[in-house]
Write a protein that binds this ligand. Structure first.
Ligand code: F6R
Length: 255
């Protein structure tokens, strides 16, 4: 696991955007795994300003609220249209987000996984990090080898994400999410986190034991994961100086 510590949230989001842009330039028919959430706002803003060619890019989002349709203003379909899909030349049929209104969850999850496989698998999986250590919406106690399924959000995640729902509107309790097993199958993972609230989860993910109590800790076993955090989110890392040193002295060929 490569850990890069930058000064500000903006730098984290920009570097995330740059790495995605590099992936698109290197492989114009890349399959990207995408995430939503506040951390990704700057990433997508950066990406949509780069005039990249998305004509052959395929994307698969990690998750969607169960019970929300694609047109619901708080759905992740809407989030993705607003932040990225309407701003780039992606083909609508190549931009996949789980269907929160599916009448058959099990069949939909298997179809979504099959579509990822048919596309050739995820080249680069973008991830945010929950304060409780979730990736996708794999909450603590999630199986570290699970596939896509329906999950119940923890009270902590529901409290945090309530900010995306207008007053009076209750957010769903369930989500459809790719599992940690799906995430681990991606060829490369890129996890971004910033802010002091993420510091305990960042420490547990990077330096703690691999445990279902912090699903993101499974990434310690992923063969190619880059974690980019700001100073506030890195505050509890015992090896922070080492990570800074590694990054500073990264050989030119590796950059
Ligand atoms: C959303 C997702 C979640 C978020 C995480 C962090 O698609 O996969 O794991 O990445 O909850 O969200 P923010 O960025 O809002 O702190």
């Amino acid at each position: 696991m490569e850990v890069i510590i930058l000064n500000t949230p903006k730098e984290v989001e920009q570097m995330g955007g740059q790495l995605l842009a590099q992936q698109i330039q290197k492989k114009p028919a890349s399959v990207l795994g995408l995430a939503t959430g506040a951390t990704m706002h700057g990433v997508y803003a950066y990406l949509s300003e780069q005039h990249l060619d998305f004509a052959r890019i395929k994307t698969f989002n990690l998750d969607e609220y169960y019970g929300l349709g694609p047109q619901h203003r708080c759905s992740y379909h809407t989030y993705m249209r607003h932040h990225l899909f309407e701003k780039v030349n992606i083909q609508p049929e190549n931009a996949h987000v789980p269907d929160g209104l599916t009448p058959d969850v099990e069949a939909h999850c298997r179809e979504y996984e099959n579509a990822i496989e048919q596309a050739g698998g995820i080249d680069l999986q973008l991830l945010g990090l929950g304060e409780d250590g979730h990736i996708g919406f794999n909450e603590p106690s999630s199986s570290l080898s699970a596939g896509m399924r329906i999950k119940t959000l923890t009270p902590m995640t529901r409290r945090t994400n309530q900010r995306d729902f207008p007053p009076g509107e209750t957010m769903p309790m369930h989500v459809l999410t790719l599992g940690v097993g799906n995430i681990m199958a991606a060829r490369r993972c890129l996890l971004l986190a910033h802010g002091a609230k993420k510091a305990p989860a960042v420490q547990a993910m990077v330096e703690g034991p691999i445990t279902a109590m912090c699903p993101a800790s499974a990434l310690q076993q992923h063969r190619s994961t880059t974690v980019i955090v700001d100073e506030a989110a890195a505050a509890f890392l015992q090896l922070a100086d080492y990570f800074r040193c590694v990054y500073k002295h990264k050989p030119e060929w590796q950059k």
